[in-house]
Design a protein. Structure first.
Length: 131
């Protein structure tokens, strides 16, 4: 099944979740085919099924990214997820330091998807949403 997601969305999921391992592997001439197959499989066959996603508005894209990471921040701590909002003025203290383990005193130092997207849009004005 082909992926029907904008390339920018796929790239941000890879960048955030793999901490740019894909880019580093490519740069260093490592074999990346298994990484690409895994990413395609995740987009098509794992919830929230980005390969089937149809809401490419700003809110729809931020929701998709959030669903890939999980809703624990909102569900259990009533705060914005750093997965979307890291490195923005919306980010708050607190982070899941590993699966199911919360620390209220940790600041997520990774760029959130919204910050990455804002930077990419500043560089490339062709990146737009279907508002």
């Amino acid at each position: 099944m082909p992926i029907d997601t904008p390339k920018i969305i796929e790239g941000e999921l890879i960048a955030r979740d793999l901490r740019f391992a894909f880019i580093a592997a490519r740069f260093n001439d490592f074999v990346v085919e298994p990484l690409i197959r895994g990413a395609v499989d995740a987009l098509n066959n794992c919830p929230p099924f980005a390969g089937r996603w149809t809401d490419w508005t700003t809110g729809g894209v931020l929701t998709l990214w959030l669903l890939y990471n999980g809703t624990g921040y909102e569900d259990h701590h009533h705060e914005a997820s750093p997965y979307d909002w890291g490195a923005t003025n919306i980010e708050e203290w607190g982070k899941y330091v590993r699966d199911g383990v919360w620390s209220a005193h940790v600041w997520d130092t990774q760029l959130g998807c919204a910050a990455m997207l804002k930077g990419m849009m500043a560089i490339d004005p062709s990146i737009k949403f279907s508002e």
